[in-house]
Design a protein around this ligand. Structure first.
Ligand code: MN
Length: 236
């Protein structure tokens, strides 16, 4: 019997202790799985692996416990925690995934993404993304003192569509052509992503797009058990 969990968009920060606690409780009760996929925006912000925040440490400790119980952990970066690096993930033995990952899910190849790359109508964001994913920009960013990075992160967050950009109506939805082309390119009949905060299983012709939910007063997960898949919302 094999089981996998897929979660994304928890947006953990010091301002969300109830979501963090809810996650740890959830994993305590349901974390006995073969694979755990963390598909981006697990953290609301990330200024570098050298930021030894209490939150980052608590999260790593919980993940370490899971890993020790035999769960393989995979981490994909989102648009908010795009600076998470190998140094942090090594603490709990997680494997860093690229922007796309083709894995077997419920007996068929599926493509995993965070989802921001599918929102190609958001031209402003796409150009910011190109900048923020430039290795020179990242190196320059990570070379700044922590205090300065904290200020910059605050500033960036304020800039990116006021303070409320964690609401679905502020996030553009996916572009259907981009979805179709991406699935064709990777030759999959199932796409699993988060980011848009519009959790749903979309049936397509002989295919499916599963959108994970963001965690607020409720949490969301996708559970694979052998050949079955279930998208679940639960009270935190
Ligand atoms: Mn996102």
């Amino acid at each position: 019997m094999s089981a996998s969990l897929f979660i994304s968009d928890l947006h953990l920060s010091d301002a969300t202790p109830q979501i963090e606690q809810g996650l740890y409780r959830f994993l305590e009760e349901n974390g006995d799985v073969n694979r755990l996929f963390l598909l981006g925006d697990i953290f609301e912000a990330w200024i570098g692996d050298d930021d030894d925040s209490a939150l980052a440490q608590r999260f790593a400790d919980v993940m370490k416990k899971l890993a020790n119980r035999g769960t393989a952990i995979y981490f994909m970066r989102g648009n908010r925690d795009f600076l998470v690096g190998e140094t942090y993930l090594k603490q709990f033995g997680a494997e860093l995934l690229g922007d796309t990952a083709r894995v077997s899910v419920a007996g068929a190849p599926a493509l995993l993404m965070h989802g921001d790359l599918l929102c190609t109508d958001d031209v402003d964001y796409m150009s910011f993304r190109a900048l923020a994913h430039n290795p020179d920009w990242q190196a320059e960013m990570l070379a700044k003192p922590l205090a300065e990075r904290r200020e910059l992160a605050k500033h960036l967050r304020a800039m990116s569509k006021e303070a409320s950009s964690n609401k679905a109506e502020d996030i553009m939805d996916v572009n259907q052509d981009t979805v179709d082309n991406t699935m064709k390119e990777h030759q999959v009949s199932r796409l699993i992503h988060g980011h848009t905060h519009r959790p749903r299983r979309h049936a397509m012709q002989d295919a499916e797009r599963v959108v994970l939910g963001d965690w607020t007063t409720t949490g969301w997960y996708l559970l694979e058990r052998d050949e079955t898949l279930e998208l679940v919302e639960f009270e935190l």
